[in-house]
Design a protein around this ligand. Structure first.
Ligand code: ATP
Ligand code: MG
Length: 581
């Protein structure tokens, strides 16, 4: 697999945000080229009808977002429509909870299926009738060989398959058995309906694939009405055909299934959409298979499907990613035919880009050290101010008090700093952002030697962030908050869920769960937020010099704020995947 690192993608990137529509400007790609050619030839009278067909057996993840952006994006750009179709042909793993979460996620991403909401299970009767048609044409048969026998007679890539002894049953017998299968006369696994194609085909998918299996299981929509359920390859083309889909877009692993998709529709003589495959999205430092995500949730490695560390849409939403940033990411990657692993930093850059424009600025001290400004009178309060956004004055201004006691971040102080550390140290100077320059005169430690307080003096001539003429400019500027005015908040620092690019992948051999990053969540119970910040629970904030934050939608209230770190201000992992400072 080719690995796309940020620099590479930057070079090939042609998309950007259209500032008027707030949508990514679209880039042409091979699917658009196919559609353009179809329109030229007036194929399908120029219609473009796509679908997004999730199986309701889990929550959507960022890979699905890519498919959603492609399918709904094409419909939007070509004036067509995109259906949301639940591919609910497997009753054992599907639930209504997933149906509602999927709808919510697609809407949140900014797409709308209008009245075109469908369920594959609504077509079960038509699928059954189509299967009877194939049986009548001598193109499908009931096979009661054991599942093992069916599997072993399929052959391999180099060896052709063996025909089943059931292959030459009469049409009458097949019709009788198939209808009895449907009527519940046989137990699970007793027999299957198979297409009669070619056991010696070089494409294993064409070696008499199974169309129906017996499963006495309750379905989330059809209840106990059916005890035979269609296989994906049989069902999918029929679903597309019934809905008049023009371009049935799926991921690359279905390329070898396309001949089967085409065979079924051709034999049925029904409307025949075109299947087009693209490369699925893979991201490093995470897992995207629904089985693994379900395992992480069920085994409580994470707090739920919407845990902000998961690559699920609901996790990203809770963490504070915006729909715009995810759409930008999907657009930026383009649509290709070659599998690649995308570097997580590309996604992080997209959300930084979006939040840089939107986020309100505030100061917040995550790991406080108290600073007492000894030459500041005890009862003196001075109101200071700053813009809410440095590049957007329309967003207005904010104000906060300067007092004798302030908090600064522990990271901004060093007892024995090297020369190029431009923040605070004994006898050193630093500027409190938007306020004064202070000098550290004295360091107070507790019995264990931990610094608990700094005694400083301020220079009254350096107010409002300005250095008077003739005075030397201080290099370091740090954030701070007034101790008596600061608001106490909880902050959750999220990091990548896995400590290596390809958890459990080939290179490690081991179980992906062994590579869960033990530092993926750090909870700071007491952080100090700038005074008077009127928190909008739906808004994003930049904690100046620290990162982008979003009020946790589940655990935040106006009185007890919990902030999730969406992303740091800069990439701290580097290209090597090492954890930085
Ligand atoms: P599973 O993990 O069980 O194999 P799935 O990820 O294929 O499931 P579906 O619900 O079948 O999940 O997917 C719905 C649609 O999303 C399909 O059209 C599928 O091709 C697409 N899709 C799923 N994963 C990705 C991905 N990583 N990149 C792009 N598209 C994806
Ligand atoms: Mg699938």
């Amino acid at each position: 697999m080719q690995k796309l690192m940020p620099k590479r993608v930057e070079k090939t990137f042609q998309g950007s945000m259209n500032t008027e529509t707030n949508q990514p400007t679209h880039i042409t790609n091979f699917i658009r080229n196919i559609i353009d050619a179809d329109i030229q030839l007036n194929k399908n009278e120029g219609r473009v009808i796509t679908r997004f067909p999730p199986e309701p057996n889990g929550f959507l993840h960022i890979g699905h977002a890519k498919s959603i952006c492609i399918n709904f994006g094409l419909a939007r750009d070509y004036g067509g429509r995109c259906h949301l179709r639940f591919d609910d042909t497997n009753p054992t793993k599907e639930e209504d909870e997933y149906v509602s979460s999927i709808k919510q996620d697609v809407k949140w991403l900014g797409f709308d299926w209008g009245e075109h909401l469908y369920f594959a299970s609504d077509y079960f009767t038509q699928m059954y009738e189509h299967a009877v048609t194939l049986v009548k044409k001598g193109l499908a048969y009931v096979d009661d060989s054991t599942p093992d026998a069916i599997r072993s007679s399929r052959g391999t890539l180099t060896e052709s398959g063996k025909e089943s002894p059931c292959r030459n049953r009469t049409i009458e017998d097949n019709l009788d058995l198939f209808s009895r299968m449907k009527n519940g006369e046989f137990p699970d696994g007793a027999m299957v309906l198979r297409a009669k194609i070619d056991m010696s085909s070089p494409n294993i998918n064409l070696r008499d694939p199974v169309m129906y299996r017996i499963l006495h299981a309750s379905h989330h929509r059809t209840g106990d009405r059916w005890c035979i359920y269609p296989m994906y390859d049989w069902a999918h083309g029929i679903e597309d055909s019934i809905e008049g889909i023009t371009h049935s877009i799926c991921t690359l692993e279905f390329e070898d299934h396309r001949p089967l998709y085409d065979w079924f529709l051709k034999q049925l003589g029904v409307y025949h959409p075109q299947q087009i495959e693209f490369a699925r999205l893979n991201l490093n430092y995470t897992v995207m298979s629904k089985r693994k995500l379900l395992e992480l949730v069920n085994e409580k490695h994470v707090s739920g499907w919407d845990d902000p560390r998961l690559p699920t849409i609901s996790g990203f939403r809770r963490r504070g990613y915006t729909p715009e940033s995810i759409r930008l990411f999907c657009d930026r990657l383009g649509v290709g035919k070659k599998d690649a692993i995308i570097d997580m930093s590309i996604l992080e850059d997209c959300v930084r880009e979006d939040l840089d424009v939107k986020a309100k600025r505030v100061m917040c001290v995550l790991d406080p050290i108290k600073v007492v400004i000894t030459n500041w009178p005890d009862d003196k309060l001075e109101e200071l101010g700053a813009s809410i956004h440095p590049k957007t004055p329309e967003m207005g201004r904010r104000s906060f008090m300067m007092t004798r006691e302030v908090y600064i971040d522990r990271d901004d102080f060093m007892l024995d700093p090297p020369k190029n550390f431009f923040r605070l140290g004994p006898k050193r100077q630093v500027r409190l952002k938007y306020a004064y320059v202070i000098t550290c005169d004295e360091v107070i430690k507790d019995t264990s030697g931990r610094v608990i307080e700094l005694r400083c003096t301020y220079d009254p001539e350096t107010g409002h962030g300005k250095t008077p003429e003739g005075k030397k400019k201080v290099k370091g500027i740090i954030h701070w908050v007034s101790a008596p005015h600061a608001q106490k908040v909880e902050v959750r620092l999220y990091d990548r869920l896995f400590d290596r690019p390809n958890p459990g992948g080939d290179q490690d051999g081991g179980d992906y769960k062994e590579h869960i990053n033990p530092h993926s969540l750090k909870v700071i119970g007491t952080a100090y937020l700038e005074q008077g910040t009127d928190i909008n629970l739906q808004a994003h904030y930049q904690f100046e010099r620290v990162g982008y934050f979003f009020p946790d939608p589940k655990d935040s209230t106006k009185d007890c704020l919990v902030f999730n770190r969406v992303v740091t201000l800069r990439d701290s992992w580097g290209g090597e995947g090492k954890q930085g400072a």
